[in-house]
Each structure stands twice: as C-alpha cells, then as structure tokens.
Design a protein around this ligand. Sequence first.
Ligand code: GDP
Length: 425
Amino acid sequence: AHRAAATPIVIVGHVDHGKSTLIGRLLYDTDSLQDGKLAQIVESSRKRGLTVEWSFLLDSLQIERDQGVTVDSTRIPFRLGSREFVIVDAPGHRQFLRNMITGAADAEAAVLVVDAQEGAQEQTRRHAMLLRLIGIRHVIVLLNKSDVLGFDESKIVQAESDVRQLLGRLEIEVEAVVPASARDGDNIASRSERSAWYKGPTLIEALANVPPPASRLALPFRMPVQDVYRFDGVRYVAGRIERGTVRAGDRLTIGVQGQIATVAEVCRWHAPELPVAGAGESIALRLEPDLVPDRGDLLFPADDKAAAPERSARIRTRLFWLRGEPLRVGESFTLRLTTAEHDVTVASIDAVVDLDDLTLRQGDEVPPDGFAEITLAASHAVLFDPFSPGFGDGRGVLVDRHQRIVGGAPLIGSADLEDGVHAIH
Ligand code: GDP
C-alpha cells in the first residue's frame, strides 16, 4: 500500500511581515514541537523577561541546518489530524528561489504572509509572481498583525481587497484571506474573539481544505534510466519510477531510439513479493530482449500512443534566470532533466516578465534574476512531459559549462520548427 504523502507547503512574504513568527506559532498550536525544544524556547524567552518569541525557534532550527552542510532546505513537519504537512523553508531569498525551481522544494500550497497594515510590498509581489510562475495551485493569504489594526473590520476588508486585486492580476486563485495575528494566535488554530465579524476559515482550516497531492500512480508509466548494470551475467536497467506502475509482461519503448522491450522481471529492495512497482520507487528491470539503454533514456508504454511523452528538439520553457548578468539568444547550456543531460541553445526569448508591473513584454534578453519564456533548441529530439506542480520530471535545470546551476526551466511544451522566429545556425 502507498502511504499518503505529506503535503509540502511554503510560507512566503515580505521581510518582517511575520513568516518566522507564523512558523513557530503553527508548530506550537499543532503540538508539533519536540518537548525539549519547546521547553528550551520558553526558558530562553523567560530569561529575557519575554513572552515566547517564536523566531527563537527558527533560530534553533537554523543552527541544525547549518550543521547539516549538504541540506539547504529545511523541512519542518507538522500534523493536522490525519494529514501531514511539511513546511519547506530556506535561508535567504536566492536560496529559496533556487530550491523552488530545482525541486528541492516542491510545494503544493503556499501561505502568503502580508502585514495587514503595510499591505503588499516589493517582496510580496515578487513572491506572488513566483507562486504564479511555478504553478502553485493553492494560495492562502494571511493578513498578519491584524491586532495592530485592532481587527477593525473596515480596515481589514480594505486590506483584503487590495491583496485580492494584486493576486487577481496574476491570475492566482486565492483559497482564503485570513485576518490573523501570528504573534497572539488569533485565527491560526482557533477562531479569534477579536474578529467576531469574520466568517471565513482559520489558517489551519484553510490548510486542511487543501486537497492532498495528486497521485502519480494513475498516470502512464515513466522511468528515466539511471544506470545499467550486470549481476550474475544478467543485465538490469535501474531507475526511479516517476509516474505510473510497471509489472512483468509490460511492453516498453526505450528512449528516442524507440526500441521496444518486454519487462521480464521487476526487482525492488522492499516488498519484493509484490508484482507491481509504482511511482516514487527505485527499481531495476530485466528486459527482453536484453537491450542496453543509455542513462537518461526514458522508458514508457509501447502500445498506447496516447500514453507517449512529447518529443521535440525545440522546447518551450518558463525560465527562472539565476545569474547576475543577462541571458541572450544563442547562449548554450546543458539542460538537466531527470537523469538526462541535453546540449541546448537559447533559440528565442519569447516573453519577459516585467517585475514592476508584472506584465509580459517582448525582449531580446532576460535581465539578471529575471523570469521569462524562452525556446531551447536541443541537438537532438528530447522526450519529456510538460511540467505540472508536484511532478519533478517536467522540470529542467540549466547548468553552465562549470556545472553551475544558472536557471530553472520547467518545460511547458514543444515549439514547432516553423514558428521559430529566430533561426539557429
Ligand atoms: P519575518 O521576517 O517575515 O520572518 O518576520 P518575523 O516573524 O521575524 O516578525 C517580524 C516582527 O513582527 C517581529 O518583531 C515579530 O514579533 C512581529 N510580529 C510577527 N507577527 C506579529 C503579529 O501577528 N502581530 C504583531 N503585532 N507583531 C507581529
């Protein structure tokens, strides 16, 4: 049986609007803190003559994170009844962005924290844009520090309408706008008496309403080849199943070459007695005939055209450009997509997002740290599934020749050769 996965959420917002305070409050109110840790925080707050200061909690998590050198994203689990959530947090804006687009953070829902009095600020707008571009479907707005406005209905309704207008322009659907105080705990886990006029959900109710992540098991089978090895004279093709299921007898197409083989045996470390392996599992397949695919080759169902991935040498991507210098047409990179690496060239820059007014415009370069839609030309046909939230396999990363990540590139479709305005030579 496949256990329901934890729903990953991100908490974003302008600096000082109350992100850290909210995380501490959420963990406390859902009783997700280890006893020792809570006592520690309460103790250190008391010593300083303070009520519990939630950001201390985050500081202590930060220390743990600094010690785990390779971990650049903290995953903070908490429970709501039978649902498990995990807050994905990262130190610093760049790191956060990097994690979001490389898949280190694959959030299903976001809480956008907005200071009720200050309203949306520069980072609020950037983060909202990011949520839109990365395709996070469920956005909950927390109008934090509503205590500062005394939970005054007319002021809060005004603040709500301002935020809704901003998010509406970005075509972000808002699940709920919750007037709250993370510091005092109003409308986080329990309904606040200070906002008797408010009939909407508490933050925790709004989170509980977020549907669990879609199952990848029901989709057509996909496994990118990680490795091919021999064991006792028998060849095995190893990889992680991205989508769907596989069992002995299935007929699979292998990579762009399109050879076809039948699965003779499915091998897995755990539960070897079960005949079917599914998305998320790392397995090894014995194929007949005994073919030798390359690392990066995609395996998919052979007998159903509708179950095949897209195939094109020209790919549209939604680019998150991470370098401090502009990107121009003609530059070359390696596109890393699951276990595959493809040589690509920027064929055209189709639209650039203007971060001041959040509109798409024409442009011949992507500015430093900008967002854009671009077309990549690969040296050969690439098999891929367009990106959708919660799926890592439609999300590419661009690396330069020093192996540095320079951009995140969720693939959004193939581009016909005919519509290429800028020819490649
Ligand atoms: P971050 O930069 O978004 O993580 O913001 P912090 O959580 O560090 O909060 C910034 C400041 O706002 C701190 O001094 C908090 O105590 C304060 N703060 C956070 N939430 C609230 C709230 O609900 N009401 C009030 N009055 N202050 C808050």
